[in-house]
Design a protein around this ligand. Structure first.
Ligand code: FDA
Length: 282
C-alpha cells in the first residue's frame, strides 16, 4: 500500500490477493480461521459489477491454489445491487458456481438493503445454495423477527452490532441498548442456531457467550467467535488458547476507504491514531 494509505495497514491486509493470502496464513498459524473480503461496495455500473465478479472468481482460484481455508465475505452492492437486482443475483450465482467447497458470507449493509439482502439470501437458500450465510445487526429493532426468519430456514447467521449510522426510528442509538439487544439475540442464536458466528470484540459479550454455552451444554465447536483483522489480537489469542474457534475477517484490495472509515467511526481513539500518524509525517 502506498504511504497515503499506510494508516489503513492496521485494518487491511494489503491491496493484492497475495498479501491477503499471506495474512491468512499468519492468522491460521496463530490457530484462528479466516474469511477473506475483497473490498468493494456501492458500484454504480454493471461493468464495475462484472469486474468485481470476475475479480472474486480470481480470488477464489487463488485461495483454492494456496491451500488456505475456503471462506469468503462479500457485499451485494459490490455485485451491482444498486444498479440492477437481477444482475447482482446473477453475479452472486457466478461466484457461487466457482466457489466449490467454499463458505460465502453475505455481509449486511445499511438498513436500505436489509429486506433485499434477506430476500436474495432466502431465494438462493431455497434453491439449495447451502454454502451461504447471512449477517444480522443487533442495533436494528427488526432483527428479532429477521433472526426468526433465518432460524426457520436453518441457515447460518453472523451476529454483529451494526456498523452503519441508522435513524432512531428503526435502530437503538445508545450503546447499552445495542449491547442488551446483542445479548438477547446471541442467546437465541446460541441455543437455536446453526453454527452461529458471534462477531464482536466486546469482551463482556464474549464472556456472556461462554456462560450461555456452558450452561446449555453447547460445545465449543458448535459456534465461532469472529473478529476483524487488526482489532483486539490479545482477545483473539486468549480465546484460541481457551479452545474456542475464532475466525478473523481479512479485508484486502484497493477499495479500502469506506471500510477504513467505518473502523475509524467505531472508535474515536482510531481517529487520534490516524491524526498522530499524519502529523508525524509532516
Ligand atoms: P464495540 O464497538 O462495543 O467495541 C468493543 C471493543 O472492541 C472496543 O472497546 C474496542 O476495544 C474494540 N473495538 C471495536 N471496534 C474497534 C475499532 N474499529 N478499532 C479498534 N478497536 C475496536 N457490521 C455490519 O453492519 N455488517 C457486517 O456485515 C459486519 N460484518 C462484520 C464481521 C466481523 C467478523 C466483525 C467482527 C464485525 C462486523 N461488522 C459488521 C462490524 C460490527 O457491526 C461492529 O461495527 C464492530 O464489530 C464493532 O463493534 P463491537 O461488537 O466490536 O463492539
Amino acid at each position: 500500500m502506498r504511504s497515503r494509505s499506510s494508516f489503513a495497514r492496521r485494518f487491511i491486509a494489503g491491496e493484492t490477493v497475495e498479501e491477503a493470502i499471506a495474512a491468512a496464513r499468519a492468522v491460521e498459524t496463530a490457530g484462528c480461521f479466516q474469511t477473506l473480503d475483497y473490498l468493494g461496495e456501492s458500484v454504480a455500473t454493471l461493468e464495475e459489477a462484472d469486474a468485481a465478479t470476475r475479480a472474486y472468481q480470481g480470488v477464489i482460484d487463488a485461495i483454492s491454489a494456496s491451500g488456505i481455508g475456503r471462506n469468503l465475505s462479500l457485499k451485494l452492492t459490490q455485485l451491482g445491487l444498486d444498479v440492477d437486482r437481477a444482475s447482482a443475483v446473477d453475479n452472486l450465482r457466478k461466484i457461487l458456481a466457482r466457489a466449490d467447497g467454499f463458505f460465502v458470507r453475505i455481509d449486511m449493509e445499511s438498513s436500505r438493503y436489509t429486506d433485499v439482502t434477506l430476500d436474495i439470501f432466502e431465494l438462493l437458500w431455497r434453491q439449495d445454495y447451502h454454502q451461504i450465510g447471512v449477517v444480522l445487526q443487533a442495533d436494528l429493532y427488526r432483527t428479532e423477527q429477521d433472526l426468526r426468519r433465518v432460524l426457520n430456514l436453518g441457515a447460518r447467521v453472523r451476529l454483529v452490532k451494526g456498523a452503519y449510522k441508522e435513524r432512531g426510528s428503526i435502530a437503538y442509538k445508545k450503546k447499552s441498548d445495542v449491547d442488551r439487544a446483542y445479548a438477547r439475540l446471541m442467546k437465541t442464536l446460541l441455543i437455536e442456531g446453526n453454527y452461529p458466528a458471534l462477531a464482536t470484540h466486546d469482551a463482556a459479550l464474549i464472556q456472556q457467550a461462554k456462560i450461555i454455552a456452558r450452561d446449555n451444554g453447547i460445545a465449543a465447536d458448535r459456534f465461532e467467535f469472529q473478529m476483524l483483522y487488526g482489532i483486539r489480537r490479545d482477545l483473539q489469542s486468549a480465546l484460541v488458547k481457551e479452545g474456542y474457534r475464532v475466525r478473523i475477517y481479512i479485508p484486502f484490495g484497493r477499495q479500502w476507504f469506506p471500510y477504513f472509515t467505518r473502523r475509524l467511526g467505531e472508535r474515536p481513539a482510531n481517529v487520534g491514531f490516524v491524526l498522530r500518524g499524519i502529523l508525524g509525517e509532516h
